[in-house]
Design a binder for this molecule. Structure first.
Ligand code: SAM
Length: 338
């Protein structure tokens, strides 16, 4: 069967799937403070629809799927859903991004269902600050979640730390210490301009990972290394004497569009070929027009494959965003899936 290759020769092998726009947190850089208008239940893709889409994506060469949200662990039935994904032959890697709140309850079940690994968001190691950034979250629960994921063997564990000037850039060395003491891969991520409320203050709050790296290099011996599951945008380093690693993701200061191998599926059933472009393809509408009976099965599969190909064909060569230019971009990661 043909593969998903875009107009610039990039092979698409990675699908990021948001299964809900709902989240138990409202992180300051991700969601507005006021009540967010959530997508209604009927408009959210059903698990069986998502599985069907992933099956066809795998038939077209996708080998890696990341489940995200919103907070994926707030959606009921997530363990059964992972089990179904595990049944898809040729799907090599299933991972999940979470804030960790429910992980102590779910880690063993997720591992049992066939989940390979988790990324856990953690933007502060200070209880009060963590609460402020997440607007009410629990650092204790997140840390317990990390412990449970380690015990369950959801490895390698990547910790996502979004750096925001004046808020958590003073904690960089505490995170480095965490990577020294525990087998965790800490990834410092550049803050991205999502949502109007963030864009207004963006220039003052943005901090390039280059700036952080230069400071760390003066103090620590950083050896570049490769992580088996990491052929994405992060560059990883081992710190002498440490159990874990640190990594840097330069979403804004250095684009990694040239090697981008991913597209996204939003929780409301839109294929989004680039996070930073508002262009989307409505796959839900196309598949809901067909009944789910057996006779329509092959036609549905064909339509899904066509929509995936269509999305890949409109994938832009790259984005032109930088610290000063956010164009007229307006998106919330919780809707699209970070
Ligand atoms: N609820 C889950 C979590 O907290 O990890 C999954 C969804 S969250 C949208 C996925 C990732 O997107 C998180 O690691 C978060 O830090 C990141 N993210 C959200 N908004 C961002 C922004 N404006 N800049 C950089 N990263 C962002």
């Amino acid at each position: 069967m043909s593969q998903l290759v875009d107009n610039f020769g990039r092979k698409i092998t990675y699908l990021r799937v948001s299964i809900t726009d709902r989240c138990n947190y409202r992180c300051i850089y991700c969601q507005p403070e006021e009540q967010f208008k959530f997508i209604s239940h009927e408009e959210i893709l059903r698990y069986e629809e998502i599985v069907e889409i992933i099956e066809e994506a795998v038939n077209l060469g996708v080998t890696k799927v990341r489940i995200t949200g919103g907070e994926p662990l707030v959606r009921k039935g997530v363990v059964g859903f992972i089990k179904k994904l595990r049944e898809i032959k040729k799907l090599e890697d299933i991972s999940l991004t979470t804030n960790g709140f429910f992980l102590s309850e779910y880690a063993v079940k997720l591992k049992g269902a066939g989940l390979n690994r988790v990324n856990i968001s953690l933007d502060s190691l200070q209880e009060e600050k963590y609460k402020k950034i997440t607007r009410g979250g629990s650092l204790e629960k997140a840390l317990k979640g990390i412990d449970s994921a380690l015990k369950a063997g959801l490895l390698p564990i990547k910790i996502n730390t979004v750096l925001i000037r004046g808020i958590n850039d003073d904690e960089v060395e505490d995170f480095v210490r965490l990577a020294l003491e525990r087998p965790l891969n800490i990834r410092f991520i550049e803050f991205m301009p999502s949502g109007e409320e963030v864009i207004n203050e963006f220039e003052n709050k943005f901090i390039s990972v280059q700036e952080i790296k230069e400071k760390l290099i003066k103090k620590y011996l950083l050896n570049p290394i490769k992580i088996s599951t990491a052929n994405g945008p992060a560059k990883y380093y081992q710190i002498k004497g440490g159990q874990g690693t640190i990594g840097f993701i330069t979403a804004l200061s250095q684009h990694f569009c040239k090697t981008c191998n991913r597209i996204r599926l939003t929780s409301e059933g839109k294929l989004r070929p680039c996070l930073f472009s508002n262009k989307e393809i409505d796959i839900k509408k196309a598949i809901r027009q067909l009944a789910r009976d057996k006779d329509q099965r092959f036609l549905r599969k064909e339509i899904i494959r066509d929509k995936l190909k269509e999305a890949v064909k409109i994938k832009p060569e790259g984005h032109k965003l930088n610290i000063k230019n956010q164009e007229n971009l307006s998106f919330h990661m919780s809707r699209i899936g970070g």
